[in-house]
Each structure stands twice: as C-alpha cells, then as structure tokens.
Design a protein around this ligand. Structure first.
Ligand code: SIN
Length: 529
C-alpha cells in the first residue's frame, strides 16, 4: 500500500483521505489552517445531482455543457453526472443531513439548471454540513493530520521518463521548512479567489497547489476562466448571496427599480452565471457605479428565515433587512474553472502527483461552471483518484538523489529577479481592474507590465509563501487571458471582434472599472469602518 500525502482540508482533501485510508493506504493530511477552514464550508447553494424521477444524468450533462459555453470535456462531464448520485448517497452515509420536507429530500433550483436538483443542508449551510461530516469521518480514520502546515513546493526527482513527484516541502506551524516524502501527493488546496480584491473566498484561497504544481512542471490550463459570482453583497468582505435565492424567486433590479435581466435573456435571473454577472456589472457601470439590488422581499420573512438563515444574518451584519428591502449586490471572484490538468482519475501530467476539487482542471466546467457542480466534482473525482493511487509504494526519492530544480522559476527564484517585492493589495486591485469581468489587450498588457516588475519573496512564512503563489498565478492568468482573444463563458474580451459569449448587453463606454459595480460603496464603507 502506498504512502499518500494529501494537501488540503476541504471536501476534496477530506474525501481523498477517508477513502485512501479505507483502501489501506498510509495517509497524511496537511492543511494550511484548521481542517474546516477552506472554501467548502462557505458553499451555500448545495450539491447538484440527478436524483429525482423527473431528472436524469443526461439532462444534468446537457445543462453542464450548456452552462460551460460548450467548452466542457464531454467525457469528464459524463463521469460527473453518471457518478454524482452515488457520491451524494455516500455523503448521506458519511452523516450529511440534507434538508427534508414532507415528501422527502428538498431540492432547489439554481441558474442554468433545467430541473430543480440541488440538495441543501441547514438551508444555506450545505458546505458547512458536508465539511462537518467529513471532518468527523476523517478523525475516525487512521489518518495523520497536520494542521497549520502549508505546502511550499513539490519534490520532483528526475527519472528516465521525466520527473516524478516524491513528496513536498512544507512549512510547519512554527515556521520551519521540512520535507515529507510520499508515493503519491494529492493536491486539494482549492482555488485562488484572493487574486482579486473582491471575492467570496476566504483568506486561505491563494492557489497554493496550482502554483506549486506549475513550478514543478505540471500542466495547468484554463486559468483565464475565473468565475465571478453575480450576487455578492456590496458590503465589506463581499459575502456571497447564494444563487439559490434567485432560484426561489428573488429578482435583480436597477437603480430605477426595473427588473433588467428580463430584458436581456429569456432565462432572466437564472441565465448562466457568467451572463448574469456581466449584466450586473454593466448595469452598475451604466448607473455610475451604483450597485444593482437583489430583491427577495416577495419571498416573505418567514420563508427567508427558514430557508436562508445564514444569509439573513449576513445581511443584518451589513446593516440590511432583506425581508423588508432590496439589498445592493456586486459581482465578486468566486471560482477557478482552470487549474492543474488531470485525467478522469485525478492524475496530473507528473507521475506521483494527483489533483482534485477546485485545484484540478478536470474539464467538467468548460468556460463557466454550472451552479452547485463544484462540491460534486470534488467528491466524484477524489473518489476516482483514490482508486488510481499506486497499489504498492513507488519508491520515494532514492537516498542521496537531489530533487530536480523546479522547471518554472519565473517568480519562484528571488535571486534572479530584481524589483520591489510583490504588494498583495496592489496585485489584487490590479487583477480586479484589468483581469476582472471585462478584459482588453491593453489592460492585460498593462497588468503584465506591473506584475513583471515585482519579484516574489523568499517563502519563509505563510504570508510570503502565499504572495509568491499569487504572483505566479496572476502572471499565468494574465498570459492565458491575453492568449484567448475571443470572448467565451466567463472570459469576456471587450475588444474581441467576435463574441461567443451569450450576453447581449451593451458595453458602457468611457467608464473606469474601479469606479463601478459597488466598488466605491464598498470602499466608502471600508473607509468608514
Ligand atoms: C451559490 O450558492 O450561489 C454558490 C454555489 C456555487 O458556487 O455553486
């Protein structure tokens, strides 16, 4: 049986650790903060799967491909939709109590789903319920857990057929760098919402696994496809207001109170997420940066309190009573469709290295992820990755063999780069301004020039290690966005000659991005705080 190092404590990492331990592997799990502190617990809407008699894997497949603007990999999407129901049943066995009504499991509707198929728990606390159940499950397994331990780099050893990953360089809670060897490393470090100054993601989402895999020479792809969620509350911290709220009937209104989405797409508020996010962004531009509002008042206080207790509290914390008034919303960076390229079993291009969850680019999301497919993807492909782990240990780094130098050292080697150390807040603002919902060749070139002038810090603590990762990923994302000159899905080129994106809204001319879409309201509130 193999020695398996799992990096990350969200659904992908926990699922891998539990299943690998059950399969008899020797498992260590490292996580940057505490086990439950990743993106998973912030997931509100739920988990999508074709579980009901009026639904089918075929319908779920078609919706996923359509939402992904046709760029999803059909083989991966097939696996996701066919195996999804079994993984949801596994979650129930792990102890997740999905919400029930009088006639059985409750199910919600979200954007671009042709059927109500989203299971939820605790109303709007699905991610937290899943995280809780999986943390309890992993603690009952023989898994060695190291919290407050961060991935810095992968160990790669040369072989006749190229490099093999043989472990990882880690940073301990006390700030010591050390090496852990393994027969297989599974990256499950989540996404990189912290590339942007407005994000629904927690602080830990700095793309550590993708950056380390790239530095080690693994193939990464689709980094230009960053999903911006249409409805983050336009308040400090941009808390997420789940798409499930629109699924229950809430509508978007402009400054005149007009329900503008109905003019733009027959699916109105339930058009694919990229379409709605771009429309929200543009309407805010057109009204001089005043945020549009999400109007859930027609749902009634009793329903809102029962179905979305966490969201009601988030609105109250920001000073809004959403049962009584529409609340201001703005798009915010939410999810990375791209990442480390994997096959259908989580294998990356480097032997010994696997990736699952948001870290992986399995191909299921195409250019825009279908709502509530992310938790499902993590479960389905983590399960498959465990089945693909080596039976017996591949030898870890042979005694005395030095690790091969990382093939990509553009940002990773501070020695070779002059310039000021990267400034995280400035990087996040730069990415929002030039690599946000609308991109142009000029903006991307400007972003690239600024990024090139920064150097990565030596990774000696969590902050510096994260900054190095953010700089690497920002450069890669800008390069990917510049290379894709057409608009498709979440990647919108305002200067594209052809527009494969599905929105028909009119661009607002002559406005500067940082003046709009709730950003100055957020900035005002932050200043006032
Ligand atoms: C939401 O609840 O709107 C987010 C769920 C998701 O990202 O799929």
């Amino acid at each position: 049986m193999a020695r398996v190092l799992v990096v990350g404590g969200g659904i992908g990492g926990l699922w891998t650790a539990v299943r690998a331990a059950d399969a008899g592997h020797e498992v260590e799990l490292v996580t940057k903060t505490e086990l439950a502190d990743g993106n998973t617990r912030h997931a509100q809407g739920g988990i999508a799967a074709a579980l009901f008699p009026d639904d089918s894997a075929e319908r779920h497949f078609a919706d996923t491909i359509e939402a992904g603007a046709g760029l999803g990999d059909p083989a991966s999407v097939r696996v996701l939709c066919d195996e999804g129901p079994a993984r949801v049943r596994d979650l129930i066995r792990f102890g997740v109590a999905f919400d029930h009504g009088d006639s059985g499991l409750e199910r919600g509707l979200e954007a671009a789903h042709s059927r109500a198929r989203i299971l939820h728990a605790g109303g709007d606390a699905t991610g937290a319920a899943i995280e809780h159940a999986l943390v309890a499950t992993v603690r009952r397994r023989a898994v060695r857990i190291h919290e407050h331990t961060m991935l810095v780099d992968l160990l790669v050893t040369a072989g006749p057929d190229g490099g093999r990953v043989t472990g990882a360089r880690l940073l301990s809670a006390s700030g010591d760098l050390f090496e852990a060897t393994a027969d297989a490393v599974v990256l499950a470090t989540g996404g990189a919402g912290q590339l942007f100054c407005h994000t629904t993601n927690p602080d830990v989402a700095t793309g550590d696994g993708v950056a380390a895999a790239w530095r080690a020479g693994a193939e990464v792809a689709d980094l230009e496809f960053v999903q911006f969620h249409p409805t983050a509350l336009a308040a400090p911290g941009t808390p997420l207001i789940s798409e499930a709220v629109r699924g229950e009937g809430a509508v978007l209104r402009d400054a005149e109170g007009h329900r503008f989405m109905a003019d733009l797409d027959p699916r109105a508020e339930l058009a694919p997420r990229d379409v709605v996010a771009r429309a929200v962004w543009r309407r805010s531009l057109e009204q001089d940066g005043v945020p549009v509002t999400l109007d859930a008042t027609a749902l009634g206080r009793a329903f809102l309190d029962r179905r979305f207790p966490g969201l009601g509290a988030a609105c109250r914390d920001a000073g809004f009573d959403w049962a009584a008034e529409p609340v201001p919303v703005t798009p915010a960076a939410h999810y990375a469709m791209g990442g480390v390229v994997t096959d259908l079993d989580g294998r990356t291009s480097l032997p010994g290295l696997f990736a699952v969850g948001e870290t992986a680019r399995t191909g299921v999301h195409g250019a825009n992820r279908l709502a509530s497919n992310s938790l499902l993807e993590a479960a389905v492909f983590a399960d498959r990755a465990v089945r693909a782990l080596p039976e017996a240990g591949h030898s870890a780094r042979p005694a005395g063999a030095p690790p091969v130098g990382a093939p990509h050292e553009a940002s990773g080697n501070p020695e070779t780069h002059a310039g000021a150390p990267v400034d995280r807040a400035a990087l996040q603002a730069l990415m929002w301004q030039h690599v946000g919902l609308e991109r142009t060749a000029g903006g991307l070139a400007a972003a690239s020039a600024v990024l090139d002038a920064w150097r990565a810090p030596e990774p000696h603590d969590r902050r510096t290690a994260e900054d190095r990762n953010l700089l690497d990923l920002a450069r890669l994302t800008v390069a990917a966005a510049a290379a894709r000159t057409e608009s498709v899905g979440a990647h919108f080129r305002a200067d594209a000659a052809t527009d494969r994106a599905r929105t028909s809204t009119r661009p607002a001319a002559g406005r500067r991005h940082h003046d709009v879409a709730g950003v100055h309201q957020i900035a005002d509130a932050e200043e006032a705080a």
